[in-house]
Ligand binder design. Structure first.
Ligand code: FAD
Ligand code: EPU
Length: 341
């Protein structure tokens, strides 16, 4: 389907992994340059719009979304060459993230294996600087290609310009709504350096025998499959809240009061707290509110128990935030993009 053959009254339930009931005015695909130009023209007319990848970090909490959904479907992967230090690759935005990781591992290019099994597409990966098991996207990216809807031209953000931080980038702030990410350039080290510091990752790779990108990929995939609910079975958006980052003085006060509080050093001398631990300590693990709830095996994940409604999810978010705030004096910030238009 091209941008010109649009569907009306679109069912959004299958288009986001939380799977709440919602409908949008229109769905259009971005598959090529013509579609991008058409998008730019429609945007200039002032019509409301929303960019969507695979919907694993987007939650439609209103039953009616008064906007056109532009789904990014630009495809392609290219090996750009090796400069002796890095393998350089370009992957277009509509490619599936996990399949891209699989491809790099199969080709023998290590570096992305800790990010295996993260749902979604390549184009969304810079938006929140996806991260898992000690690696963030920013560690492996050299540039992000975008289409500037204001001037209808391609341009490139270098690493610094992306302003990557924990679950954050310029694409969530100043650049939001103006640029469509069209492709991402990766630089994967020729001298592979495995990242093994998270939890029992090192031990589990050792049990598999040889330390290779493929074995690390297998271990990460296995851990994630054990720990995280499959959205095809139980609707969810992964971690629903960011792990809060607090000043050291606040962390020290919390450690004195709650000696078992799970915490890690963060940038600039600050401290990251495990939101899942905070939520569990409030007695909310497995908590149910109508058709939604806190996942019974991992409290940082909110789930759609089958018939969840947007209003129930909003109530649950407020409840979790209020409980954690009351007990620990910490505000939990939702990680997914909540659509209430
Ligand atoms: P979408 O939800 O479709 O879009 C996300 C945001 O990006 C939206 O604001 C959208 O407008 C914008 N966007 C999408 N495409 C473009 C584009 N081409 N140009 C500009 N803006 C765009 N995340 C992690 O970081 N680490 C994890 O370990 C992790 N685990 C997860 C596990 C599960 C089970 C689930 C369901 C989610 C998990 N996530 C994780 C969150 C999610 O997978 C990532 O944020 C992913 O990058 C979202 O991709 P998507 O294509 O589904 O994005
Ligand atoms: N914990 C609890 N109770 C819980 C859940 C967690 O006590 O119910 C404790 C665990 O025991 C552990 C700590 O919290 O000590 C951290 O838990 P876990 O390793 O499961 O990681 P997380 O902080 O819950 C983060 C990311 C995930 C990423 C994993 C692995 C965020 C918001 N989440 O989860 O990313 O996959 O680490 O790196 O940073 C996502 O962003 O959607 C996501 C899934």
């Amino acid at each position: 389907m091209s941008a010109l053959t649009a569907t009306h009254s679109v069912d959004l339930q299958p288009l986001h992994t939380f799977g709440l009931p919602a409908r949008a005015r229109e769905l259009r695909l971005l598959t090529n340059q013509d579609d991008l130009m058409a998008f730019a023209r429609v945007r200039q007319e002032g019509q409301p719009f929303l960019l969507l990848g695979e919907g694993s970090n987007t939650v439609f909490t209103s039953p009616q979304v008064d906007a056109t959904i532009w789904k990014v479907a630009l495809k392609g992967r290219r090996y750009l060459g090796c400069d002796g230090v890095h393998h350089h690759l370009r992957v277009w935005a509509g490619e599936n993230w996990h399949h891209t990781v699989e491809w790099t591992v199969a080709m023998g290019w290590g570096g992305l294996e800790n990010l295996a099994l993260i749902p979604g597409c390549v184009g969304a990966s810079p938006v929140q600087n996806i991260g898992a098991y000690g690696v963030e996207l920013k560690d492996r990216v050299s540039a992000v290609h975008v289409f500037d809807l204001d001037v209808q031209k391609e341009c490139i953000f270098n690493l610094d310009e992306c302003e990557f931080a924990y679950r954050d980038s310029i694409f969530k702030h100043a650049a939001q709504g103006r640029y469509v990410i069209t492709a991402v350039d990766f630089a994967l080290p020729v001298q592979w350096q495995p990242v093994l510091g998270y939890g029992d990752v090192a031990q589990r790779v050792a049990e598999l025998g040889k330390l290779t990108p493929l074995n690390l990929f297998k271990v990460i995939s296995a851990i994630r499959t054990e720990k995280l609910p499959d959205p095809a079975v139980l609707g969810n958006s992964g971690s629903f809240f960011k792990n809060p980052i607090v000043f050291e003085s606040k962390a020290q006060a919390l450690v004195e009061q709650f000696p078992n509080i799970v915490n890690y050093p963060a940038d600039h001398g600050q401290v990251k707290l495990a939101a899942g631990w905070l939520i569990e300590q409030c007695g909310l693990k497995g908590y149910v509110l109508g058709g939604v709830g806190v996942y019974s095996k991992q409290s940082l994940i909110l789930v759609n128990l089958g018939k969840g409604q947007g209003a129930e999810l909003r109530q649950l978010i407020e409840h979790v935030q209020a409980q954690v705030q009351a007990r620990f004096g910490v505000l939990l910030e939702p990680e997914p993009n909540l659509i209430e238009m």
